[in-house]
Design a protein around this ligand. Structure first.
Ligand SMILES: Cc1ncc(COP(=O)(O)O)c(C=O)c1O
Length: 452
């Protein structure tokens, strides 16, 4: 075991070292070689050292270098050194984070992280939280709490009675709501087609003046950070109006909640702290390894009620029991990496990460617009949308950039226009990475359609 772990450390260190220079996308040949992992399952065991060597030889080249500084697709962070190292140690610990008695360190780190996170993001001190796989499950968990709370006020116990015959809940979303909110709502039996969609403005912000009448049976879903533009719904005004009507406000702040770390960007979130629940991603901008997100809910009771189950053999303590706030029972100890990431950067390092990535997004926009390309959004955070002319030309540039390998950017449609999305979310991205990537994009865009 000892030699095996030393071997994996050597191989991983080499991978991390090389990721800074290699092509971001894997070559088609590397991907084709993945078939070497297949074939019939052997009858006989294979030595772990051989397994590791095969995985490294075949698997490592077939990865996307999304942990490196020149990956700008989707909204994807890398892994901070302390978070990656903590993840390895936690792997060796192999803790089940369900119950405190199974892992005191898992339970304790969750509590510490919750305290630090609510302090950093300006959320209510006594909030409850579930440490889940990402924002989709954070949205799901928080919206489950909303459903429980609203129906309980109506005298309906949704955990016991289900939704058949329950008082109807009105759910309000902006037109640019993230699809994960829709998925969470559909999983919770609240449907997609019965939602009220509020028109959005040019940046994708929900239009406050277009909100429908709200009541105590309403959930309003706010986006803090539009996945395309980075724009923020007017959370403060929405919270004020919603709370006058006793409605529930949920904020999908996957990456946008981290704007609170910087005084330069915190005003984008103004009033979001008055909401009832928040979904926050950690594998994106906090740069911890997959998978990691947090559902924070102002009142513990509805979250706990929605998520709790009991069995005689599952001991409970008087302290916070992690599994009472999440959909899963057994799960890995995500709090450990979150603790390591926050502790290693500290307040100033976290702020620097957000401010640097936002500045780098503006640097991208200025380089691309100086060359005559249209930036389609106000670059308020870390997201840039750029068009290279026609839809066809833009799609060709995106495909060629991905193939050329200096960097990786995805595509999207924004208000009828095809655009390249650039999301700067990685702790290791340097200004030189941005200059090199912008130069590659401009070279490819200038080459017409053939790309690299
Ligand atoms: C605003 C927003 N919400 C939700 C999600 C879904 O997050 P996850 O993939 O962690 O479930 C994303 C992912 O990009 C996002 O940007």
């Amino acid at each position: 075991m000892k030699e095996l772990l030393a071997d994996v450390a050597r191989r991983a260190a080499r991978y991390v070292d090389e990721v800074a220079d290699r092509s971001v996308a894997p070559t088609p040949e590397s991907v084709a070689r993945l078939s070497e992992l297949g074939g019939a399952l052997p009858d006989e065991p294979t030595a772990p050292s051989e397994i590791l060597a095969l995985l490294d030889r075949v698997g490592s080249p077939a990865t996307v270098a999304s942990s490196g500084g020149r990956y700008f697709g989707f909204v994807i962070g890398g892994s901070l050194p302390a978070a990656l190292a903590a993840n390895w140690l936690a792997g060796a610990w192999d803790q089940n984070a369900a119950l405190r008695v199974m892992s005191p360190v898992a339970a304790e780190t969750e509590e510490i992280v919750l305290r630090w996170m609510t302090g950093l993001l300006g959320l209510p001190k006594n909030s409850a939280a579930g440490f889940v796989t990402g924002t989709t499950m954070a949205n799901f968990s928080a919206l489950a709490a909303a459903r429980t709370a609203i129906l309980a006020r109506e005298g309906w116990n949704v955990e016991e009675e289900g939704l058949f015959g329950a008082p109807p809940i009105q759910v309000v979303v902006g037109d640019e709501v993230h699809v994960s909110v829709l998925k969470a709502l559909s999983l919770l039996g609240m449907g997609r087609s019965r939602l009220i969609r509020v028109p959005a403005d040019a940046q994708g912000r929900m239009r406050f003046d277009a909100l429908p009448p709200l009541d105590a049976r309403t959930i309003v879903c706010v986006q803090a950070g539009n996945v395309n533009t980075g724009a923020f719904d007017p959370a403060g005004a929405i919270c004020r109006l919603a709370h006058e009507a006793n409605a529930w406000v949920h904020v999908d702040g996957a990456f946008g909640m981290w704007a609170a770390l910087s005084p330069h960007y915190a005003s984008l979130l103004s009033g979001a702290e008055f909401a009832d629940s928040w979904a926050i991603d950690c594998h994106k901008w906090l740069n911890v390894p997959y998978d990691s997100g947090v559902a924070v809910v102002r009142q513990a009771e509805p979250l706990e009620r929605a998520m709790s189950i009991n069995a005689a053999y599952l001991a409970h303590s008087a302290q916070r029991e992690p599994w009472r706030f999440v959909p899963e029972s057994s799960r890995r100890a995500r709090g450990i990496e979150l603790w390591a990431a926050m502790r290693s950067l500290g307040r100033s390092g976290l702020r620097e990460l957000v401010e640097r990535n936002c500045r780098q997004a503006r640097l991208f926009a200025s380089r691309l617009s100086a060359a005559g390309h249209a930036i389609l959004n106000d670059v308020v955070l870390n997201q840039v949308l750029v068009s290279f002319g026609s839809a066809e030309k833009t799609a060709q540039v995106i495909a060629a950039v991905q193939q050329e390998g200096t960097c990786w950017c995805g595509g999207t449609e924004w208000h009828g226009r095809t655009a390249m999305r650039i999301s700067v979310s990685n702790w290791s991205t340097t200004d030189e990475d941005v200059e090199r990537s912008a130069a590659a994009i401009l070279r490819i865009a200038g080459q017409g359609t053939s790309g690299a």
